[in-house]
Design a protein around this ligand. Structure first.
Ligand code: G3P
Ligand code: MG
Length: 247
């Protein structure tokens, strides 16, 4: 079942105010009033799921090499920012539960690791959120990963994720029994929005870092946005500063 969707998700944990995909970022998002966070999950060489965006370690840690070839003993000794190691997914999942944050867990398999990544992540989500009132939302650019999640843990809601939305997106979404459409705001067309509206599918867009753009996307019918600009968020209205809305 689809959880209620807040209008704003902190992108990669704490957006640009904290090192991306870190526990510090997730904590910051919660402190700043966000009700939802998005982060990326990949497997180490030991098949431990961790929060990281790139297939290589260079951009976001003080290490180098490929995440999927790095054993845990080396990987979790690295610094992912602020002295914090790359977080294990299990830690981030528990933190989201503790903080009452809706987690959008993006399954981000390294090339060729789609099935195993989805198996591990879906299995862990089913354990951590077992019996929870609010389930997280899984998403992925990898259709193979979403298929595995559907078959292994159908009770966890899934979102289908595209850069440019293809013409047959709704057929793919139904096949995956997904409940949300996630896509790049830049390429979103009104045709897609109309189709989604008619089918009752919420549309979530990444990555929106300007109030004017946000305003326009909401006016066009977009449900939720992923943002790096946590500083533009006003917790008292649960919206970007200057963009007032009921919820
Ligand atoms: O899940 C939305 C967004 O995070 C997808 O793009 O590259 O930031 O993971 P990326
Ligand atoms: Mg992502």
């Amino acid at each position: 079942m689809l959880p209620p969707l807040p209008r704003w998700f902190a992108h990669r944990g704490g957006g640009s105010l904290a090192p991306e995909n870190t526990l510090a970022g997730i904590r910051l998002a919660a402190r700043m009033g966000f009700r939802a966070v998005e982060f990326d999950v990949m497997l180490s060489a030991d098949a431990t799921p961790l929060l990281i965006h790139d297939e290589t370690l260079m951009r976001t840690t003080n290490g180098s090499g490929r995440v999927c070839e790095m054993p845990d003993a080396l990987l979790f000794a690295l610094d992912a920012g602020g002295g914090e190691p790359p977080p294990r997914f299990a830690e981030a999942a528990l933190l989201c539960r503790q903080l009452g944050l809706l987690a959008n867990i993006e399954i981000k398999p390294a090339q060729g690791h789609d099935v195993r990544t989805a198996e591990v992540v879906a299995g862990m989500v089913a354990d951590v959120w077992h019996g929870a009132a609010q389930m997280p939302l899984l998403s992925s650019f990898s259709l193979a990963a979403l298929e595995v999640a559907r078959d292994l843990a159908p009770e966890i809601p899934r979102g289908i994720l595209f850069d440019r939305v293809p013409a047959d997106w709704l057929r793919q979404l139904h096949e995956l029994q997904a409940v949300t459409l996630h896509c790049n705001a830049t390429y979103l067309t009104d045709d897609v929005l109309q189709e989604a509206g008619a089918a009752g599918i919420p549309v979530l867009c990444y990555t929106v870092n300007a109030a004017e753009k946000a305003k326009m996307l909401f006016a066009r019918g977009v449900c939720s946005l992923f943002t790096d600009r946590l500083d533009l968020f006003a917790p008292e209205t649960n919206d970007y500063k200057g963009l007032h809305s009921p919820g």
